[in-house]
Design a protein around this ligand. Structure first.
Ligand code: ZN
Length: 462
């Protein structure tokens, strides 16, 4: 009895064991039927996205892939390891597979230097940090983690690591040298007129330098106030690294005590109607030199003739249209350069002596650009021109229409105690007709004639 019972028990055990083995084998089969497509371990960089390739589940030739449930906890905002779980149910079994997605930060941070990558530092001074910034795609602003070191050549090495250990370093070259020139500026005007035999008092200069407190200035000066002429004073600034810069001032020594000099000046020509030609003939007969402030009008040949006969060709205006010339500073200079080019073409000289249409104090110009004369009178000087107005008006552009009227205005305006700049217009025949008598009068009364040149004291309204 006992023996039979024992035998039955063994059989039951064997049956249970058999079932367990079968179930396990079946489970293994099911488990191997759930297959992950692609790699089980995926590594992507922060900022990238993983596109799931999914999984398949096939049992005994039937495709049950649609039954797969996919779950994931991926957070793309944070680096780390994440799971994608694929699960499927079959009978009483629940099959699971996992894929690992590892989000890593392999990109090094970036260091941005403010200012130049190479900086020159003045001798005897140290570099003052201009600034920098460190940005990591994952960590954000990590400027506070930047370490600064100085290498053997005095350069600065900026170094930073992000939270994943990615390192960046950048160098700022520091050179101890000064290659910037000092800056020197004149006090007072760049052209100064002084009378013959008077003392010249220099207005001085202002000088600054990036490194030196007070750079050296050499003043080169051959001014002789006892001789008429144009002199140049050169101010040369030199810093302790021998960088130089210089600036000049023109000193014009003039003589207004030479009593009774007459400058005959003619505007608006040349004219092809005969008046300019007549004026040139009269001047030639008397051996007198005059000044012609020309326009773009009239024949070239008259300018050439006047130049060849020793007269000064100066610049008036190309168009003589107030509405254009005085509409803007640009217009003014464009117009002036046009007539300057004409004179250059005919004489080979870039004349720098000018007369504003209407004179420097004309108010007509305000109609086209209010206050433009204040600007232009300064600008032309800056550009190296010298402008002339007049102190004797012939009236030939206004009240006069006869030679007698012009003659009377001129001789009544003359003064022996100064230089006389007479305004006339060579486009007027009655002016040409008056000229011979005017010159006769001047000669009889001890006046002398001159053409304007660069040393002539500029008679100006403003
Ligand atoms: Zn004019």
């Amino acid at each position: 009895m006992k023996k039979i019972f024992k035998k039955k028990l063994i059989i039951i055990y064997l049956i249970i064991l058999f079932i367990v083995v079968i179930v396990n084998i079946f489970y293994l089969y099911l488990s191997s039927s759930l297959k992950i497509t692609g790699k089980n371990n995926i590594e992507i960089n922060y900022g990238e996205k993983y596109k799931d390739e999914g999984a398949t589940f096939k049992i005994f030739k039937s495709n049950l892939s649609k039954k797969i449930k996919v779950k994931t906890n991926i957070n793309y905002e944070k680096i780390g390891k994440y799971k994608i779980t694929y699960s499927a149910k079959y009978l009483i079994f629940n099959i699971k597979k996992e894929r690992i997605v590892n989000i890593i930060d392999s990109k090094p941070p970036t260091i941005i230097l403010k200012g130049e990558n190479q900086i020159n530092v003045c001798p005897d001074s140290i570099y003052k940090e201009v600034g920098y910034k460190a940005i990591d795609e994952y960590d954000g602003d990590i400027t506070d983690k930047v370490k600064k070191n100085i290498d053997g050549h005095g350069n600065i090495i900026y170094e930073v690591s992000d939270s994943s250990g990615n390192k960046t370093s950048i160098k700022r070259k520091i050179e101890t040298k000064d290659n910037e020139s000092p800056k020197i500026k004149l006090k007072g005007n760049s052209t100064i007129y002084i009378r013959l035999n008077t003392n010249y008092q220099d207005y001085g200069y202002e000088v600054t330098d990036n490194c030196d407190d007070l750079p050296k200035v050499e003043v080169i000066n051959n001014l002789d106030t006892a001789r008429l002429g144009t002199y140049t004073i050169t101010y040369k600034a030199i810093d302790s690294s021998n960088n130089t810069s210089s600036i000049t001032r023109n000193i014009i020594v003039y003589d207004d005590k030479k009593e009774g000099i007459v400058y005959l000046t003619f505007d608006d020509g040349p004219s092809g109607t005969g008046s300019t030609e007549k004026i040139l003939n009269v001047l030639k007969n008397h051996g007198v030199k005059a000044t012609f402030f020309v326009t773009s009008n009239g024949p070239d040949s008259l300018i050439t003739r006047a130049y060849n006969e020793g007269h000064k060709i100066a610049l008036h205006t190309s168009t003589h249209k107030y509405s254009y010339v005085y509409a803007s500073v640009d217009n003014y200079f464009e117009d002036l350069k046009t007539v300057q080019n004409r004179v250059y073409r005919l004489t080979g000289e870039y004349s720098k002596i000018i007369r504003f249409p209407g004179g420097s104090n004309n108010t007509v110009s305000n109609r086209y650009s209010n206050g433009i004369m204040d600007i232009l009178t300064k600008e032309v000087i800056k550009e190296g021109y010298s402008y002339f107005d007049w102190n004797v008006s012939s009236g030939d552009a206004g009240e006069c229409s006869t030679p007698e009227c012009v003659y009377n205005n001129v001789i009544n305006g003359l003064s022996k105690n100064r230089i006389n700049v007479i305004l006339m217009h060579d486009i007027k025949m009655f002016t040409a007709d008056a000229l011979d008598n005017i010159i006769e009068y001047c000669k009889l009364n001890g006046y002398t004639f001159k053409a304007i040149d660069e040393t002539t004291y500029p008679v100006r309204f403003k």
